[in-house]
Design a protein around this ligand. Structure first.
Ligand SMILES: [Zn+2]
Ligand SMILES: [Zn+2]
Length: 331
């Protein structure tokens, strides 16, 4: 099969992180299914992997954790041959650590990460754990379903962590792919959405998607927010979001990494039972619930397809934010 491989033992230059190679098609291990990859979204985390912001776990890895595939071997009763599934960043858990036993598999002590600790979807075929292959609701096509599988699910989980209720006033700080899907969920829940973001293009996108109010990075929403989600890897943005909350409100931080959390005034910003929460990974239930919502409300993120041979170009488009929508590899 053809695959795009990141070899962390070699020095790579920007734009040539991956080599396109011929590799043996994987054999599905017990409890795995073999997928023919129909589409695989390109996420900023993939860039963090090939640029070594995330330390390499494997010497060689096929990235990609927003996989839409069709089962061609290793079928189960729940997943017969030909089933279309979506696979995301959480590729497996141990199932028996304290967190797994307490319904918090997103916090598992021994997680498997698709496209990071095990091979992912920048390839013609990939073998994945059957119990982490989520059947895709009919009506989602591969190109437009792929971007839902990371940015979409994690954005959805952020709204859950923030405790968003129907009809509330919610702030989104930053407006990339995750926020542009979260706003669709919020509208499905009849919420008013206030967007604070850097960059004219992101502000225009927020307006086009029906935000009630849009401001630049130094602006404060005109009314106190019930909840806020921050997407930028910036502690200053988290403090700005806190400052916009009503008493009892929640800020959920959707970022793997924050530059630094500035000191802030507890009496003014956190007192009054305001809460600050981080968002870590996702559960299979989050994935299923979000995909059903996406199907019911016909979410179609803008997507730009790249052939597998151009995997480096797809990563570059994410790095430079030049793609007009989510970059998706279609092998
Ligand atoms: Zn566990
Ligand atoms: Zn991702």
């Amino acid at each position: 099969m053809r695959a795009a491989v990141f070899d962390s033992t070699r020095n790579t230059v920007p734009g040539a992180w991956l080599s396109i190679e011929d590799l043996p098609t994987p054999e599905p291990a017990p409890a795995q299914v073999l997928l023919k990859v129909l589409a695989c979204g390109v996420c900023r985390t993939d860039l963090h992997i090939v640029e070594r912001d995330l330390p390499p776990i494997q010497p060689r890895i096929i990235p990609g954790h927003q996989i839409v595939g069709e089962i061609i071997a290793g079928p189960t009763t729940a997943l017969p041959l030909g089933t279309r599934v979506g696979v995301s960043w959480m590729g497996g858990v141990d199932g028996d650590c304290w967190f797994c036993r307490h319904n918090m598999e997103n916090l598992c002590d021994h997680p498997v990460f698709t496209g990071y600790s095990v091979n992912g979807g920048y390839a013609e075929f990939t073998a994945v754990r059957a119990d982490f292959a989520n059947p895709l609701p009919a009506g989602l096509d591969p190109l437009h379903a792929a971007p839902l599988l990371c940015a979409g699910i994690i954005g959805f989980r952020s709204l859950r962590i923030a405790g968003v209720e129907r009809g509330e006033r919610v702030g989104l700080y930053g407006f990339g792919s995750s926020a542009s899907l979260a706003i669709r969920v919020l509208h499905a829940w009849d919420c008013e959405v206030y967007v604070v973001t850097r960059g004219e293009a992101h502000r225009k996108a927020a307006e086009a998607l029906g935000a009630k109010w849009v401001g630049d990075e130094d602006a404060r929403p005109p009314l106190p927010l019930d909840r806020a989600i921050t997407f930028a890897p910036s502690g200053k943005v988290v403090v700005d979001a806190l400052a916009a909350l009503r008493k009892g409100g929640v800020v959920a931080i959707n970022a793997i990494h924050l530059d630094q959390m500035p000191a802030f005034d507890y009496d003014r910003l956190l007192w009054g039972e305001r809460q600050l929460r981080s968002v870590t990974n996702m559960t299979r239930q989050d994935a299923r619930d979000f995909l059903t919502l996406a199907r019911d409300h016909n979410f179609r993120p803008t997507a730009v397809s790249f052939p597998l041979e151009d995997a480096n170009r797809a990563l570059e488009a994410v790095k430079d934010e030049t793609a007009d929508g989510s970059a998706v590899i279609v092998p």
